[in-house]
Write a protein that binds this ligand. Structure first.
Ligand code: NAD
Length: 260
């Protein structure tokens, strides 16, 4: 079904992005990995995925906080994989503080990576997708693209922006075989969330396990974390022929969080 397609997954050295990269590679998709981390670990990851699934897996460590980092990454992917059929905008960061204490520098960094890089990546990838007559864009937004929580002003502004951008791109490509959709996960146990659990445990003087349970109980009715593997399978579905007439939507995968 997707065999032979070429994908770029931003922020795929860890967490959700890695789950999506694995799921696509398992479908025979060649993948460009991106993200930070230890060089030897990333190389082991890259070579391991290529060996396990028999596909081409490359790596580009572009920093998406840079002005056109995402555009350059797309162009490098097109050059090295021979084209780009599936763009997964996943890289993201978080900063937690009340609005009046939110440092402007953190605001700028969150907006640059979580929103502007998504725009830059799409802008660079669309001409090639249009020329080839096929493309799938999957933006990893968040439940925080549709509802808010306290202390996450920049993240929530950025994720709401991603959901809006997803709708615009969905409309602008509606008549061709290019779709643009957003996945909106609730809590997923990745390094990004582990940091928040650790901070919570410290602030409240409780064990890390308890802080993790409290975090789930507060927002996610299923009281279970969504897994990177589940999100990977949803991304594969969004790239499949069954989803060809789904575009411009934001799909929660949140254990009931946004149903409340
Ligand atoms: P993570 O910290 O495990 O992974 C983030 C990835 O982005 C890493 O590969 C990291 O190296 C990369 N990255 C960070 N800054 C970058 C930069 N400047 N340039 C290039 N790459 C960069 O986090 P995660 O939880 O897997 O998050 C992935 C996406 O999912 C994010 O957009 C996040 O907002 C979203 N999300 C996560 C959750 C959750 O509960 N974990 C929930 C909803 C949405």
């Amino acid at each position: 079904m997707l065999n032979g397609k070429r994908a770029l997954v931003t922020g795929s050295t860890s967490g959700i992005g890695l789950g999506i990269a694995r799921a696509l590679a398992a479908q025979g998709v060649s993948v460009m990995l991106n993200g930070f981390g230890d060089a030897a670990e990333i190389e082991a990851l890259r070579a391991g995925l290529a060996r396990e699934f028999g596909v081409t897996v490359l790596y580009n460590g572009a920093d998406l906080s840079k002005s056109d980092g995402a555009g350059e990454l797309v162009r490098d992917t097109e050059g090295r994989l021979g084209g780009l059929d599936i763009l997964v905008n996943n890289a993201g960061i978080q900063h937690v503080a009340p609005v009046e204490e939110f440092p402007l520098e953190r605001w700028d960094a969150v907006i640059a990576i979580n929103l502007t890089a998504v725009f830059q990546g799409i802008r660079a990838a669309l001409p090639g997708m249009k020329a080839r007559g096929w493309g799938r864009i999957v933006n990893v937004a968040s439940v925080h693209g549709v509802v808010a929580s306290v202390n996450k002003a920049a993240y929530i502004a950025a994720k709401h922006g991603v959901v809006g951008l997803t709708k615009v791109v969905g409309l602008e490509t509606a008549e061709i075989d290019v779709t643009c959709n957003a996945i909106c996960p609730g809590w997923v146990l990745t390094p990004l969330v582990q940091k928040q659990i650790d901070a919570r445990a410290e602030a409240q003087g409780v064990a890390v396990e308890q802080a993790g349970r409290d975090l789930l109980t507060e927002k996610q009715p299923s009281k279970k974390f969504t897994t990177p593997e589940q999100i990977g399978e949803l991304a594969v579905f969004l790239c499949s022929p069954a989803a060809a007439n789904m575009t411009g939507i934001a799909l929660p995968m949140d254990g009931g969080w946004t149903a409340q």
